[in-house]
Ligand binder design. Structure first.
Ligand SMILES: [Fe+2]
Length: 259
């Protein structure tokens, strides 16, 4: 199994500039980094998180109200499988964030305030270089990569999934310049709403990729404990999580653009 890239800050005195350097370095090489004991007992953990993210890039609001810090918590009465993953407690298949927007964030951080105490909710990560190496081993996989780099797909925004052609979507490559944009349900909703938009070969290539992601030997599984902070490169690492029951599970997310 892949080893987790993790740093325990418990007994390690650090300065903010050192953390910034470490995150930047790891996000461009490994694609993610996990910090254990991020706040080291400090109460102003939200501010510490915000301060670090502000140094890493331009902060990207989550909505029109301009909220920079987003609470990831199951919302009462939200049972829709097409709701955003941050608002329900179901499993989230490996994906990148904001794949249905014109300009997805480059990085994001997730800070765990309250881990799931039910034993569920564990996190998964899969780095694109590993996935590509697995695909390039077979002729079918190589062809799949070639097709996905040439063909734009329609990614339908989950919040406005509709039965009509009025659905909001963006057209983009799934694979381009060693970056990935992927979320199975937003892509498959595009197949359903726009039949005939794609050649059969492109749709088949998508399912080969999905299968390769699902069965990758390089998926990392880990549990986020309270005060753990993970930073993820949204263009090179897929992330997901298992289903959980504990409605008190609570993470904070901050998105960043590196201009
Ligand atoms: Fe996500």
């Amino acid at each position: 199994m892949e080893k987790l890239n993790v740093v325990d800050l418990h007994n390690e005195p650090y300065r903010l500039p050192d953390l910034v350097v470490r995150v930047r370095r790891d996000l461009s090489s490994v694609g993610y980094v996990v910090f254990r004991n991020f706040s080291r007992g400090e109460e102003n953990v939200r501010e510490l998180f915000l301060e670090l993210c502000s140094e890493l890039g331009r902060l990207v609001p989550h909505n029109h109200e301009g909220n920079i810090i987003w609470d990831i918590k199951p919302r009462e009465n939200n049972t829709s499988a097409y709701a955003t993953f941050s608002e329900h407690n179901q499993a989230a298949f490996l994906h990148t964030d904001s794949q249905y927007s014109a300009d997805p964030e480059d990085y994001f951080g997730l800070l765990c305030l309250q881990s799931a105490r039910c034993g569920g909710g564990s996190s998964t990560l899969l780095a694109l270089p590993h996935l590509l190496r697995e695909l390039m081993r077979t002729k079918k996989g190589r062809r799949c990569v070639e097709v996905l780099q040439k063909q734009k797909f329609r990614f339908v925004a989950p919040s406005v999934f509709a039965k009509t052609r009025d659905a909001k979507y963006v057209e983009h490559y799934i694979l381009k310049n060693n970056c990935i944009r992927f979320r199975a349900d937003t892509i498959e909703e595009g197949f359903r709403l726009f039949p005939g938009y794609l050649l059969q070969e492109a749709e088949a290539a998508y399912y080969i990729l999905k299968n390769a992601i699902q069965n990758s030997k390089k998926i990392i599984h880990f549990n986020m404990d309270n005060d753990d902070l993970v930073f993820i490169n949204n263009a090179t690492v897929l992330h997901g999580r298992e289903k959980f029951e504990d409605k008190q599970r609570h993470l904070l997310r901050i998105r960043m653009k590196v201009d």
